[in-house]
Design a protein around this ligand. Structure first.
Ligand code: RM4
Length: 259
């Protein structure tokens, strides 16, 4: 566990924070000194998990606030802004996302729409609501980190609904970086490789697929949520004060490997 004072005194909002990468990010922000972490989760089905994350955030010395709601609804983003304690939002990590693996030819249209609504529209609603709050606070400014994916750069046969959203999230950060730079709001994205979480546990249960995925990763293993959380803290912190519009691939070397 890495602890520093990188986020000392800051208030951080993390969407999709009940499990996986979002949970690891929330806990890491607390371990790096955050004063408060606003933990977004979907609702009843995620309450037990996010409550455990809240306990670990508090154990690390940060105040925790739970906010439930479907990130695909703009009202959830407004609730996140209202829930931020101490009257200031320093960091937003836009993480919430789904990837229900499905073949393309019979991909249901409502499933396509749901993945767009959660992964891309949800990111837009959260980023816009928090950016407005960051612009209005005194002094204005903050850091927005979106969780894109290696899938922004390469496709997946059963991810035709998902990969466009991850490319869109990366692009959203690049345009927001231009639109918001004069307000002191930095916008960057982290692109995880194959990180084992609930999102892909079934997919990776196939031993052959697991072997094939791992074989092409120079570091020699699939990623873990904390492998993503630490680079996110970098972008969230003042160590990245001259970084905006950047995207950081965190994939164990998979994207450059043909082996
Ligand atoms: C990532 C990448 C991984 C997959 C997850 C769901 O972008 O494609 O291989 O497991 O998405």
């Amino acid at each position: 566990m890495i602890t520093t004072h990188l986020l000392e005194g800051k208030t951080v909002i993390v969407t999709g924070s009940s499990t996986g990468i979002g949970a690891a990010i929330a806990i890491a922000c607390a371990n790096h000194g955050a004063r408060a972490v606003v933990l977004h989760h979907l609702g009843e089905s995620t309450l037990a998990d996010v409550s455990e994350v809240a306990e670990r955030v508090r154990a690390a010395g940060a105040h925790s606030v739970l906010v439930e709601g479907d990130i695909a609804s703009p009202s959830t983003a407004e609730s996140l802004v209202k829930a931020a304690p101490y009257g200031r939002i320093d960091v937003l990590v836009s993480n919430a996302g789904i990837c229900p693996f499905h073949a393309f030819l019979d991909l249901p249209h409502d499933l396509w729409r749901r993945v767009q609504d959660v992964n891309l529209n949800g990111a837009f609603y959260a980023v816009q609501a928090v950016a407005n709050a960051m612009a209005a606070q005194d002094p204005p400014g903050g850091s927005i980190v979106a969780i894109s994916s290696i899938s922004a750069l390469m496709g997946g046969a059963e991810q035709c609904h998902y990969t466009p959203t991850k490319a869109g999230v990366k692009s959203l950060m690049e345009s927001c970086a231009i639109a918001l730079g004069h307000l002191g709001i930095r916008c960057n994205s982290v692109l995880p490789g194959t990180i084992e979480t609930n999102i892909n546990r079934d997919d990776l249960a196939d031993p052959q697929k697991r072997r094939d995925m791992t074989r092409r990763i120079p570091i020699g293993r699939l990623g873990e949520p904390d492998d993503i959380a630490q680079p996110v803290v970098f972008f969230a912190s003042d160590m990245a004060k001259y970084c905006t519009g950047a995207s950081l691939l965190v994939d164990g070397g998979a994207a450059i490997s043909l082996q």
